[in-house]
Design a protein. Structure first.
Length: 653
């Protein structure tokens, strides 16, 4: 969730907070040996404070001060710190110190400070000496910059629990910034503003703004996460305008501004002629219908142009369409650029749509910056209908996106017009269906025949795994699939059907043997169903989670396995049904028995890809139930043993 507002609209509320001077360590901080709010914490951020101001001569200055309590051996990593800043900026007055539990102090010296220059930034690294468990470390520095149009974003959250995080901003009157705040709803977050005397120039007044977050849970990277940076509580500043007695300047940018910059770079590529135009006309001439023309060009690019590594979306390294066609290879964005180019040469309405993939992070719509986007796809309009095209993979059908690119919104560029639009691609039914018939031979081995049917994104993923692989490598993949089912498993035979046609489901047919699969005593036989969809380990380890669980995509997984019971065995004990679930995610396992067989049906149905963090405990418990249920055993009795028992019983009578 975000909040957009102007600093001019913030209520003028005066608040006071205790200040912490550098070196003013309390006895309580030195004696602290655990964090009550997070008992597993390796360290606690006692406070993280930054005071930012714009000077009267329009320079940006920030003063940062941070104090950390080290609780475990792993927490000692906080002794190593990095500050990244632009080449044009400078860092001054860096000071750092370690306070040992006995009260001794060890200061940072210049020998432990290093600088590394990058293409656009400098990384300043320093290692605070003498840190041990129980230490308190702190550091402070000043950052000077001329970049007042866009102040650096500020995070209220870190990996460890934070007791106090405070940001203060002092602005000369006349500056107006727009704010975007994200993910601040889950903790004690306050903001205040007042007009006050400039402490650096008592003859002038300034606007003083303060944001305070208290007792903020740490944020740790966990499974099923798109981009961890999206989950932090933070604030963005965007210069909107400046006004004084002599002038009024408006700095507010729209997406038209971003489109104008992008068009200057890309329009020559969209309209590049030559061999791309010739090929487009050749392909389009095979059909009269516009939609069929588009499909013909799309299928050519996705299948005949090999997918190369993504290097950049901008600059000289980005291949031109003619070069992509000549090389028969390009990155996903380069292939889509060629697609737009050729569709236009075929007389079709194709426009560039810039997106941010899931791993790159979501787009802040009020933050006009084209660098938020890292991929290019195509929006095609045919017969009054919009199609969203991504030609990266040969296995991707026309009109479908991939899990990484189905991100909901994108920047549509039409010459110098730019607008954020909602994307509504064709939504596939994502399903994997396992159907197995098996039996137990006299040696106690399980002989199985399984048909696995993949649909939607599941089929795309599987087709991408086997595309262009030599047969021996494909066989290794299938052998691994069977070996994951049971250690020592042997693949007898396999074949795929539908591998070359992405418009139909993909099927994998397997025959295999699981030697010594049953557990046997003199009287009883124990058997657990070899389920391909079984879960062996719970991915959810932590007690709490502070952000949503983002699965790759919604999907339905069904598995049915029918075991033919040998004549010598009698079914003795069958586990009951298992049902569990949370909102939009359910698990069911049922067992049925007949005259000479027993059948297991397992269904997991994830109806939406995201599960809210408030259901984290329930989904963790659900996975525990799934694991337990998947491992349950069926008990058989030898029929000859049953006869012996009956005979003994009659003898006693």
């Amino acid at each position: 969730m975000k909040l957009l507002l102007s600093l001019l609209t913030v209520l003028f509320l005066i608040t006071t907070t205790n200040s912490q001077d550098f070196g003013d360590i309390t006895e309580e901080e030195l004696l602290m040996n655990t964090c009550l709010e997070d008992p597993d914490a390796d360290a606690v951020i006692l406070f993280n404070k930054r005071n930012m101001r714009i000077t009267s001569d329009f320079h940006f200055v920030s003063e940062s001060h941070k104090r950390i309590k080290i609780l475990t051996e792993a927490g000692k990593k906080y002794a190593n710190q990095k500050i990244v800043y632009w080449h044009e900026d400078k860092i001054t007055d860096l000071d750092a110190i370690c306070y040992l539990p006995n009260g001794d102090e060890i200061e940072l010296d210049s020998d432990n400070i290093f600088e590394e220059e990058g293409e656009k930034t400098i990384t300043l690294s320093f290692a605070i000496p003498g840190v041990e468990i129980g230490s308190v470390i702190e550091y402070e520095y000043q950052h000077w910059s001329d970049r007042i149009h866009r102040l650096e974003p500020w995070k209220f959250q870190e990996e460890s629990f934070t007791k106090l995080n405070q940001l203060e901003l002092m602005l000369p009157l006349g500056f107006n910034y727009n704010l975007v705040t994200l993910n601040t709803e889950a903790f004690d977050f306050t903001q205040s503003a007042e007009r006050t005397i400039d402490p650096h120039n008592p003859r002038k007044k300034i606007g003083n703004y303060k944001w305070t977050a208290k007792n903020v849970e740490g944020i740790v990277e966990e499974p099923f996460l798109d981009n961890i940076d999206d989950k932090y509580a933070k604030i963005y500043f965007i210069l909107h305008s400046y006004q004084d007695s002599y002038s009024k300047l408006n700095f507010n940018k729209t997406w038209d501004y971003a489109a104008e910059i992008l068009s200057k770079h890309f329009n020559k590529l969209f309209d590049q002629s030559g061999i791309t135009e010739d090929k487009a006309i050749e392909l389009a001439s095979q059909h009269a219908d516009h939609l069929e023309k588009a499909k013909q060009i799309y299928n050519f690019i996705k299948s005949e142009i090999k997918l190369g590594e993504h290097t950049t979306l901008w600059g000289e390294k980005f291949k031109e369409p003619e070069k992509v066609l000549e090389d028969r290879q390009g990155s996903s964005s380069e292939k889509n650029m060629l697609l737009i180019n050729m569709l236009r040469h075929a007389g079709l309405d194709a426009k560039p749509l810039f997106i941010s993939t899931r791993s790159h992070g979501y787009v802040i719509q009020d933050f006009v910056e084209y660098a938020q986007f890292n991929r290019l796809i195509c929006k095609l309009r045919v017969n009054n209908k919009d199609y969203f095209l991504h030609s990266a993979f040969a296995a991707n059908p026309f009109g479908y996106l991939t899990p990484a690119t189905d991100v909901g919104i994108g920047l549509l560029v039409d010459d110098d017009r730019g607008v954020i639009i909602s994307m509504n691609p064709i939504k596939p039914l994502n399903k994997t269906d396992y159907k197995t018939v098996g039996s137990i031979n006299d040696e106690g081995a399980f002989k199985g025949k399984t048909v696995i049917t993949y649909k939607g994104f599941n089929a795309l993923t599987q087709r991408n795994k086997i595309e262009d692989e030599i047969p021996s490598e494909v066989k290794k993949q299938v052998e691994k699939l069977v070996e994951d089912l049971y250690s020592g498993a042997k693949l007898d035979s396999f074949y795929y059907s539908g591998a070359d046609d992405c418009e139909v489901p993909l099927e994998l047919n397997l025959s295999y043997t699981l030697p010594d699969y049953i557990e046997e005593t003199d009287e009883l036989v124990y058997f657990s169903f070899p389920l391909f969809s079984a879960i062996s380990e719970n991915p959810f380890k932590r007690e709490r989670r502070t952000y949503s669980i983002d699965f790759r995509h919604a999907q339905l997984i069904t598995e049915e396995i029918k075991l033919m019971i040998p004549d010598k065995l009698k079914l003795l004990e069958v586990p009951g049904a298992t049902k569990s679930g949370v909102t939009n995610y359910t698990y069911t396992k049922l067992l049925f028995s007949g005259k000479n067989y027993i059948k297991c049906t397992r269904i997991s149905n994830l109806r939406t890809r995201s599960v809210h963090q408030r259901e984290y405990k329930q989904i963790k418990q659900m996975y525990e139930k799934m694991i337990s249920s998947d491992q349950e055993q069926i008990v058989f009795q030898h029929k000859d043993e049953e006869l012996n028992v009956d005979a003994a019983s009659r003898g006693k009578k």
